[in-house]
Structure formats: C-alpha cells, structure tokens
Write a protein that binds this ligand. Structure first.
Ligand SMILES: *Cc1c(COP(=O)(O)O)cnc(C)c1O
Length: 464
C-alpha cells in the first residue's frame, strides 16, 4: 500500500514551516527560532516524529482522537464515500444518506428530546450557529429583546468572532474586537484557584448564584441563553463542585433561559457516557458537538437541538449554513466512528475499567511535592502545580511559567501533556491500555521532578 513519507529532512521542513506557515495560538517568531516538532505518523496512542521519536499522546491530538490513530475502518468509510459521492450540499431542499443517517443516529444517542441536528464543520462554527439560533428562536417566539447570552470567564467555545466572544479567554478578547455585544461573562467554578476559604460545596453554590444575579441585572426578559462546557476543557480541565450544576439547572429552568451545553470535548465517551451532560446530570436545550464526533479523522461539528427549538426555527427560513454542513465524507467517517465506539464497548470501558484505573494512577501524582490537587472525570484530568499545597498557593513570578517548564520536560520525555497556566492537563485516546497509562504516569512524574529541580535552581519555586 502506498505510504505518505517524509519528503524532506527535518531542518528543511522546519525552515519552510517558519518561512510560510502561520500556526494557531503560537508566538510565531519564537517557534521560528526553535523549529516545530514535525509529526509524521501515528498508531494507537503513539505519535512518531520526523526524527523517529515515539511519543505517547496524552492529549488525543487536540482532545479529539477518541478511537486512537490508525483505525482502518475509518479510512475505508472515507474511501467508499469519496468514490460514491465526495460532496454534495444540504442547502436548497437536497440531502444525502450520510448526513441523514448521522443525524438520526445522533438523535438516538442524545438525551431527552434532543432530536434534531444542524451540521457545521467545527465546534467554532457550531457555536456561531447556536448564537444565531437561540436569538432567532426568541425572535420567532415574539420575544426579540432576548438577545443576551451569558457565559463564563475562562470558558472555551471556539476561535471565530462569535464563538471566541462566547468564550471567556481574556487573551483572545484582547485581539480583534471581541467580545461582540450582548455577551456577558460570570466567574468560573474553579475552586482550587478562586475558592478562597469557602468549602468546595459553598463555592459551587456561590458561583452558580452568579448566574441568577446576572440574569436579574440584565432583566430576565433580555436573556436568551446560558452556555457552558459540562467540564471546562481548554480552561484547564476544571471539575466544578457537585453543588454547581444542580443549582445552575434550577436557575435556567426558573427563568426560562435556554441552556447550551458545549460538549465538544465532553461528548463521545470522554467522561464515561456518550455525553458529559449525562455524567453531570445536565438537561440542555442544545448541545455543541465536534472533535470526538469523528475522532478527529475529518473535520465535522454540529448542534443537537431540542424538538421545541427545531419546531420554532423550522417555522421560518433560517438564513444560515455552511458549504460543508453535513459533508458526506465527514459524516460517513463520523457514523463509522460512532459504530466502533458502540460495538467495541469503548465508552463502557471508560466508565467501568480504564477510567477508574487512570483516575487511581493520576490521583497518585498528588504525592509529588509540586502537585496540589488532581481533578479527573473519565478520560480528562488536570493537576495543579504549586509551591505550597496547604495554602493552594500560586507561584510568585509570571503565571504559567512553571507549567510551561513542565510541558517542555514532558516534550523532552516523549509525552504530550499540555499546560494551562500552572495546571497540567491530559485527555488521552479512550482506547489507551493500562500499560500505556503506567507509561504516561511514569513520564509525567519524571517530568515533574525535572521541572521542579529547574524551578528551584532558577529561584522560581516560591509562593506568591
Ligand atoms: C475545541 C473546542 C471548540 C472549538 O472547536 P473547533 O473545532 O476548534 O472550532 C468549542 N468548544 C469547546 C468546548 C472546545 O473544546
């Protein structure tokens, strides 16, 4: 079989990369000076770079390769669909089998009356759809004043103008005129960093009640929706206190506000159920999906929408859509991905076997002198780095310095583990084996040791 191989030596690729390729969320000049790591192949949970290093992928690509790399069935599904019908649109009263079957399958899997799917090419696009859909819904219901959407600081909902505004990343808002009007942010339920002297339960309630206060401040008649990730992912894998979501559910119901659960990371098995909403006891009106929907093999996203919203939106023409909404090849691959997740019992294995195993091993990292807490649900977890566990202290110096140092050590030790500020996060493929979990934990521990030694030698292991 034909194989795609590395066409040029690493240094040449790096030079061309620096000369012509602009990277997302990257300091271009700094990367150019250093040279990007070039990934050439992958199999299971393992990446190979252009120098032949084998790297354990603790992030499933970018939270998306739930099935792991190298699944031939997905390649075959794409090949079949490409030769049969590589593209047709779903505008203008046409449709095709892959989009139809995928929508029907998602309606079957999604909880409650979430029975309708609007497809997009990515999570960002899907959240742009959601923003317009909830406002259009209220207009069609005769309540056009309901425009405000409430979100949370340190949420991640994508990188387009709409979805980036919905997100709560201050660094993103600082560039390019965001947020757009009528989007409002409340504080996140991050007890470790912001809980002060409150117990986690008290703190969870306090943060949930901020939603009620914001609704009252804006006037309930002006609020369209609340959007949130069941568990914040890119914000650092923040697991809210158990008191948080029940109180949020009470508030959105009491004020009749729509709830958008952004399931782009939590969906498709990552938390041990098909959707994070099921794990956390949330009943949303809309779920945003992408990433694990196709295990990242092809770009596809969408919104799974309640029957009520679909009925109201369907009574008019919704002037919205993407060329690649329901792209047949991406949809065929997603369907095959869902079939494998189901038939191989991968989500049950996350809930009952590999998830609990990973949790036990991952929580053992709190025995490391630099690790204050471990938070993990299913196959997404984070540890907080600290120079003083008892005080939950941050490091003096710039936030994220020690996290970056630790990530660099992970990189050198052939483990992909990301940092968000001074939290280290993992989100491995759901198919990871117990032996591979052991390798992940051993490499993480070694990297923590090396980073702590470096921080101490540079005088940075000091509490703020
Ligand atoms: C990644 C992500 C998005 C954006 O998805 P893209 O496919 O990158 O546009 C939206 N929401 C959440 C929770 C995400 O993690």
């Amino acid at each position: 079989m034909a194989q795609i191989s590395n066409p040029l030596p690493t240094a040449d690729l790096q030079a061309l990369d620096a000369a012509h390729h602009m990277h997302p969320f990257t300091h271009g000049a700094a990367l150019g000076a250093k040279g990007a790591r070039i990934i050439t192949r992958a199999e299971g949970c393992w990446l190979t770079d252009s120098e032949g290093n084998r790297i354990l992928d603790g992030m499933a690509g970018l939270w998306c390769v739930n099935l792991g790399y190298g699944r031939q069935e997905l390649v075959d599904a794409a090949t079949r669909q490409m030769s049969e019908l590589p593209f047709y649109n779903t505008f203008f009263q046409t449709s095709h089998a892959p989009a139809i079957q995928l929508a029907a399958r998602l309606a079957e899997l999604a909880p409650g009356d979430l029975n309708h799917v609007f497809f997009a090419g990515s999570g960002s696009e899907a959240n742009d759809t959601n923003l317009r859909m909830v406002r259009t819904y209220w207009e069609l219901k005769g309540q056009p004043a309901r425009k405000a959407v409430i979100s949370r600081w340190n949420a991640y909902h994508g990188s387009s103008v709409g979805s980036g505004s919905l997100g709560g990343m201050k660094g993103m808002h600082a560039q390019g005129g965001m947020p757009i009007p009528d989007i409002h942010h409340i504080d996140q339920p991050n007890w470790w960093a912001e809980g002060g002297d409150l117990s986690p339960e008290e703190f969870g309630l306090e943060r949930a009640k901020q939603l009620e206060a914001k609704i009252q401040e804006l006037g309930p008649e002006n609020v369209a929706a609340f959007i949130a990730e069941p568990l914040q992912g890119a914000g650092g894998v923040i697991v809210p206190p158990e008191s948080y979501w029940p109180e949020v559910m009470r508030i959105v119901r009491e004020y009749g506000i729509l709830l958008i659960a952004d399931e782009v990371i939590c969906g498709f098995g990552r938390t041990g159920n098909w959707f994070g909403s099921q794990t956390l006891g949330i009943q949303p009106d809309i779920m945003t999906i992408a990433k694990g929907l196709s295990s990242g093999y092809l770009p596809i996203g969408g919104s799974i929408v309640s029957s009520e919203i679909a009925r109201v939106i369907g009574d008019a023409e919704f002037n919205h859509g993407y060329t690649y909404s329901g792209h047949p090849v991406a949809a065929a691959v997603a369907l095959e991905n869902l079939r494998i997740l189901d038939e191989e019992g991968i989500i049950t294995r996350v809930r009952e076997e590999i998830g609990p195993y990973l949790k036990e091993k991952f929580e053992s990292l709190t025995e490391h002198p630099m690790v204050g807490e471990a938070s993990i649900v299913g196959m997404m977890g984070s540890i907080a780095l600290t120079p003083d566990k008892a005080r939950r202290a941050a490091f003096r110096g710039e936030e994220g310095q020690i996290g970056l140092m630790t990530r660099e050590r992970c990189f050198a030790n052939n483990l992909v583990m990301r940092h968000v500020g001074d939290r280290m996060i993992i989100s491995p493929p759901l198919v990871i084996s117990k032996d591979e979990v052991d390798v992940l934990i051993a490499r993480a521990w070694k990297s923590l040791d090396e980073a702590m030694a470096q921080a101490k030698s540079e005088g940075l292991f000091v509490a703020a």
